[in-house]
Design a protein around this ligand. Sequence first.
Ligand SMILES: Cc1ncc(COP(=O)(O)O)c(C=O)c1O
Length: 363
Amino acid sequence: MAITITKNPHPLSAEKRAEQLVEPGFGRYFTDHMVSAEWTAEKGWGELALVPYGPLSLDPASMVLHYGQEIFEGLKAYRQPDHSIALFRPESNAARFARSAARMALPELPAEMFLESIEALVKADQEWVPTKDGESLYLRPMMIATEVGLGVRPSNKALYLLLASPAGAYFKGGVKAVTVWISTEYVRAAPGGTGEAKCGGNYAASLVAQQEAAAKGCDQVVWLDAVERSYVEEMGGMNLYFVMGKGKKARILTPKLTGALLPGITRDSLLTVAAELGYKVEEGSITVKEWRKGVESGEITEVFACGTAAVITPVGHVKSAKHEWSHNKGESGPITLELREALLGLQHGLKPDTQGWMRKINV
Ligand SMILES: Cc1ncc(COP(=O)(O)O)c(C=O)c1O
């Protein structure tokens, strides 16, 4: 497949880049290049183009700016012990990007184009892939509706973009458990809605609940189902796992995908990784009351959230309008840490890749 390459004539100097890589944070700095491709209903997808990173010029009547026809993805490139670079399950992100596109009446980007754009950008900006423990290059594929006009209908023009941003280790100085707020006032997604799609609108609608959680002294929101407001769905931008029991006899449960949850690739990977470590893993359902009672009785021993950005985050304390409880004295539990280590080890090339999930970049 063809990709035209226009190198940035003014890349950041090696010294400035090194300065940014000391503490990259998350989504703060961007690499020297980006990739784009245009689609029209008439001609389909045009060629991929790797170009210098920079602002877009958009007509203010572009449909995305009015009706939010937009989707995105998030995945990471990891430095391996031999200094090569590898992606973790990028085909799964390509597939989810296509499903999100279908839901938002945007064109599906062929998986080969998705993968090729990522390989080209990581190759061009390979010096930006950090080398320190737990760090990575975060990749942000996105697509917007670019037809000009205010009619409410699917756009006949779209723009695919791929950005890259160095990401620091999420937790410095040890994994920190979060405090969560169970939102009964706001819902993230309803049956038939867009919960399964990674579209910007879902995140815009979540911000007020995140503000509410912060006002209650919490770090993150836990979303419940829209109909009964009792089944636990997910946490902020991460899926949830519940550990029942202790040691190798423990059972691990994650809320099943109902159409309202974002089907996380980390969630899916953990179903396999936990089973490989000898745990019984299941996709099921759990209500807030079952969660609270399970903690009270001692059956639920640990709870954690998982996603690409923070890998695995322990949930230490839980608050709702009426109740408050903690797991494992507010600290990370042993199974949470074991799974975190297993997954990070796999992504950073320190553990055998039994499932063929890592895709090396030919630099
Ligand atoms: C709402 C939501 N849930 C879960 C996830 C976790 O998905 P993944 O593991 O693919 O990063 C994300 C992040 O993409 C998300 O935004």
